[in-house]
Design a protein around this ligand. Sequence first.
Ligand code: SF4
Length: 200
Amino acid sequence: MNPHLHTSRRIELTVTDLKQWSYCPRIPFYHHVMPVEIARTYKMERGRNVEAAVQAMERRRGFRRYGLERGERRFGVWLHSPRLGLAGKLDLLIVAEDACYPVDFKDTEGGVRHNHRIQLAAYAMLVEDSFKRPVPMGFVYLVPARQLVAVPVGDKERGQAEVALSSIRRAIEREEMPEPTEAMARCTACEFRNYCADIW
Ligand code: SF4
């Protein structure tokens, strides 16, 4: 039975839920409706490449690449917003005098994708709530290309993040299993494939 149904509190989600939702909407659904010992077998671990890139970034000096004169780097920042019912761990936060800039590291080829933008917008909202400073934009660091890409996190991107979060919550609250991913190749190695009997 879904424990969330016994409370009127909003279901707490994470930015990882958003990431998994874009990979396959069923994965965050399973995470939230299944007993913990089953759900936690699923891991979407960050690779060593990302860890190495974060370490390398830590040693760099200067903020010119962010378009800033100065700032402070904070790595691995845990963020939580009761207002949004959302939490997440950000790879890097640049704290400047009058604004903050989230940086998300992605071990991926092919540029910044739509789902990266949505996750960054979610981080932007979390940062604003936690640090009480505006977040005018963010950055995705593409690890294989060693490329830092400036990404807008305006009303449009934030709205899309909120719509995705609402979709995840609605599926959990109603215990309605979402449609499977359209990329069936992802199912082959998925920890939850036994629960997706309808597509096998
Ligand atoms: S088996 Fe496929 S449809 Fe089912 S949760 Fe995994 S990726 Fe999604």
